[in-house]
Write a protein that binds this ligand. Structure first.
Ligand SMILES: [Zn+2]
Length: 427
């Protein structure tokens, strides 16, 4: 049995000061330090906040080797960004690149307090088996939880993409799960959507209306907007993840809400690609469940949540258009969707929830209490977010900033893999 002691606990709902947490794979008991009776292994969390680890609601492990890549880049629109960078990169990814991307992503996520990722994957040189490669690296070897899918699109062999999603969906544990992946409306023909709709009846994970290009493509080819098109094929399934929804009408938001889909916002990526910003206020008006992702742009999820917080105020033209409670709702929804797919309880620090915990140093310079803790987290903790301990499924993956893996060796090998990959892209 393990314990965290002298902890100030915050799980976005309850705040407890000077508490202990006893856990194995799951949280077994919490209570005030006066009642603590000892444990086999102890982490002292004095002057730290203990929180549930982050869940990233939409990411791309395959973007790991894009850092520093120098390709001719002169985009006029989002489709150009895909064609000049991302589609070139993902078409050249094979098993080794997938494996090392996932190892590096895993290590970087740990450093940033992320304990579960919902990944959206594409790799042209390894379709079949690619999700298992990611799962082996990220879940079995690094120790994070992952929910994976392959971006089916007409760019690839559609049948292979479908098989890969279906085969991976057959495997499930409390550490990993699958979704059915589709790239985006603009890369999927009616024939492909119909095929998927007939073969598979569960939740999907897809990019929707990320840029205006996706909407214009759908309107010009099919006469309907992106979300309406998906509904027409019966693909707005409960617990699906629709990433972005930057250019979504109120009618479409109503459809998303009606079908109980989750919308993953990725505002840093939206700003980086200059595609516009989603409208949280409208999503809230239509009771759409909103979660947060990072679209594969870096690994610092506290920064992503801050960018969401600031950008949605700007988008709503009012400092009140996105409140600390809105951010709390988004974080809690992200725990909820991951819990549903993994079939475990994530995101709270109380008995019965999994022991995915992070310990983050925080010395408050002003009074800290139950009423103002969220303000401290947003303006203080997230501003300088450096977890010292990361625990997943009861296992300590990082202790006093030290990751229990041969990190240098993995980075050395990753650089070699990236160099070879870049040669095939640049040459
Ligand atoms: Zn994405």
């Amino acid at each position: 049995m393990k314990a965290i002691i002298n902890a100030n606990i915050f799980d976005y709902e309850n705040f407890y000061e000077h508490y202990y947490i006893i856990f194995d794979k799951n949280i077994l008991e919490i209570g005030p330090m006066d009642n603590f009776k000892g444990a086999d292994q102890i982490i002292d969390a004095k002057d730290n906040l203990v929180l549930p680890g982050f869940v990233v609601g939409h990411t791309h492990i395959y973007s790991t080797f894009a850092r520093g890549l120098n390709l001719p880049f002169n985009p006029f629109n989002f489709k150009d960004i895909l064609e000049q960078l991302w589609w070139k990169l993902d078409s050249r990814l094979g098993k080794e690149e997938n494996y090392y991307s996932a190892l590096i992503a895993g290590i970087e996520f740990i450093k940033n307090g992320v304990t579960t990722v919902i990944d959206h994957h594409a790799s042209g040189l390894q379709i079949k088996g690619s999700l298992n490669t990611l799962k082996t690296a990220l879940c079995d070897e690094i120790g994070l939880r992952g929910i994976f899918c392959f971006e089916t699109s007409d760019r690839f062999n559609v049948d292979e993409c479908i098989e890969e999603n279906l085969e991976f969906l057959e495997t499930h544990s409390d550490m990993h799960a699958g979704l059915f992946g589709l790239h985006a409306s603009l890369s999927l023909s009616d024939k492909t959507l119909e095929k998927i709709s007939n073969i598979f009846k569960g939740p999907i994970h897809i990019h929707t209306a990320e840029s205006i290009d996706d909407v214009e493509d759908s309107l010009s080819k099919y006469g309907v907007r992106v979300i309406t098109r998906l509904e027409k094929f019966g693909l707005l399934r409960e617990n699906s993840i629709l990433a972005h929804c930057v250019h979504t009408s109120e009618d479409e938001l109503e459809l998303i809400s009606k079908h109980n889909c989750y919308v993953a916002l990725n505002v840093s990526s939206n700003m980086n690609n200059a595609v516009g910003l989603p409208n949280y206020k409208l999503m809230k008006k239509h009771n759409v469940k909103v979660i947060a992702g990072n679209d594969g742009l870096g690994f610092n999820f506290a920064r992503e949540l801050l960018n969401l917080y600031f950008s949605m105020k700007l988008k709503g033209n009012s400092p009140l258009s996105f409140t600390p409670d809105d951010l709390r709702d988004v974080i809690k929804n992200t725990y909820e969707i991951a819990s549903r797919h993994l079939k475990i309880k994530l995101g709270k620090i109380e008995p019965g929830y999994v022991a995915d915990l992070i310990v983050v140093p925080y010395l408050p310079p002003t009074p800290l209490n139950n009423e103002n803790i969220l303000g401290h987290v947003i303006y203080g903790l997230y501003d300088n977010f450096k977890p010292s301990h990361v625990i997943v499924n009861g296992k300590t993956l990082m202790e006093n900033y030290e990751i229990k893996l041969p990190v240098d060796e993995i980075y050395n090998e990753a650089r070699k893999v990236a160099e070879n990959l870049w040669k095939t892209l640049e040459g």
